[in-house]
Design a protein around this ligand. Structure first.
Ligand code: HPA
Length: 275
């Protein structure tokens, strides 16, 4: 197998290093709609993805494509504004390109955010949910293929994929900030069609509280590379069939993330101050 993945990553990492003022400590990945709510703080450095060689560019309207590097609450943060989804047609190596870049840059913590549908009947649209674990229903694993030995082991442990330490910090921060934070298992499905009510019923039986189309590949790759992960989801809508009278739309997802973005930002900034 002609495996040039490390070459691509090293080239991109080299360009990133030349543009970054300092090595970031924390990567913050912003999902659908949240990039807007996280208007970047003043100052810092913007790195559009198109300036990074080999970086896969996204196709979905409304997904920004850039990094922002700067200080948030005294910590050096690399903010990823937008992400590449598997449903767009990319291979897994492209979907997790930025996560591997984080590892090469020496980043030790990744905060992943996303939008999801609420399967758990006790959740409401707009709830912020701490991801405790995941179920991979993408039908693919980003680590399939020759192992990138420089990054991590062939068979990485996933017993604590969402760091218990970071989860405790997030729960404490939510308490201090008086932000309601639920907890649940996130199930990743391929998309891009939303699920049927029958699928949501099946996922509930499997133990899922949330359903979405992202994050899981990045979390697998982060764990492989020894990056500690915190996952926070905005449940933007009730999943299909949870409210039998409702239908789902991307517009609703975007609208809810806009509405809840400021609170999500406040929570994440409070977490960052504790890291
Ligand atoms: N299903 C899948 N992905 C999603 C949903 C959903 O209901 N809401 C936001 N992302």
């Amino acid at each position: 197998m002609n495996d040039n993945r490390m070459d691509r990553l090293n080239t991109a990492a080299q360009v990133m290093r030349s543009k970054l003022p300092a090595v970031p400590e924390i990567a913050l990945v912003l999902g659908s709609g949240l990039s807007e709510a996280f208007r970047t703080p003043d100052g810092g450095t913007r790195i559009p993805w198109k300036e990074i060689p080999a970086f896969p560019l996204p196709t979905v309207a409304g997904h920004a494509g850039e990094f922002w590097a700067g200080e948030i609450n005294g910590k050096r943060v690399l903010m990823q504004r937008g992400r590449t989804h598997f449903y767009e047609g990319y291979g897994m190596d492209d979907v997790v390109f930025s996560t591997r870049l984080f590892a090469l840059l020496g980043i030790k913590i990744m905060i992943a955010t996303n939008a999801s549908g609420a399967i758990n009947p006790e959740f409401n649209a707009g709830d912020l949910v701490l991801i405790t674990d995941h179920i991979n229903m993408l039908g693919e694993n980003p680590l399939r293929g020759p192992n990138l030995e420089q990054l991590g082991p062939r068979f990485p442990d996933m017993s604590a994929a969402y760091s218990p330490r970071l989860r405790a910090i997030a729960i404490a921060a939510a308490h201090t900030e008086q932000i309601a934070l639920k907890q649940g298992v996130y199930l990743a499905t391929l998309g891009p069609s939303y699920e049927t009510p029958a699928e949501i019923g099946a996922f509930r039986t499997l133990g899922a509280d949330l359903v979405g189309m992202s994050t899981v590949p990045e979390v697998i790759v982060a764990n492989h590379a020894g990056i500690e992960v915190l996952g926070i989801s905005c449940a933007t809508n009730l999943a299909a069939g949870v409210n039998p009278d409702a239908t789902l739309s991307h517009a609703e997802v975007i609208e809810t993330t806009r509405r809840k973005g400021a609170e999500m930002r406040r929570l994440i900034y409070a977490v960052i101050s504790q890291l």
